[in-house]
Design a protein around this ligand. Structure first.
Ligand SMILES: [Zn+2]
Length: 126
């Protein structure tokens, strides 16, 4: 698993950003919940349980796009640093994360990937 997890995460972030943009996430207004109703900026839908309405509003496309961009910045910081195999540099003799020096993939990348562990393309998924 060298870059598999990074490729997998980028694909998930691309999907989430694409879906958010298709829900007019580039500026149609903020999603908001009020009681059983969700205001989607261009219209309202009623009939939700109030907790569900709040949950739906939490997935405001503009917020999702900001979250995707934040995750992309985290992903960009945690770059793969392959083992060099130089006996003069024994500390460089393993694949690790350039940002934190942990064995690859580092805990931060595994945490970013953990919500998708049931996805059929998850690296190592049976
Ligand atoms: Zn890292």
């Amino acid at each position: 698993m060298s870059q598999d997890l990074v490729t997998f995460l980028n694909a998930r972030l691309d999907e989430e950003a694409d879906l958010a943009r298709r829900c007019d996430g580039d500026g149609s207004g903020e999603w908001a919940a009020q009681g059983h109703t969700v205001d989607f900026g261009q219209g309202e839908l009623a009939g939700f349980h109030p907790a569900v309405a709040l949950h739906v509003a939490l997935y405001d496309p503009a917020r999702v796009l900001r979250e995707v961009e934040a995750k992309r910045r985290v992903l960009a910081r945690h770059e793969f640093s392959p083992a060099i195999g130089d006996p003069e540099l024994p500390w460089d003799n393993r694949d690790d994360c350039q940002y934190d020096g942990e064995p690859w993939p580092c805990d931060d990348l595994l945490d970013l990937a953990s919500p998708y562990i049931d996805h059929p393309d998850y690296p190592g998924h049976p």
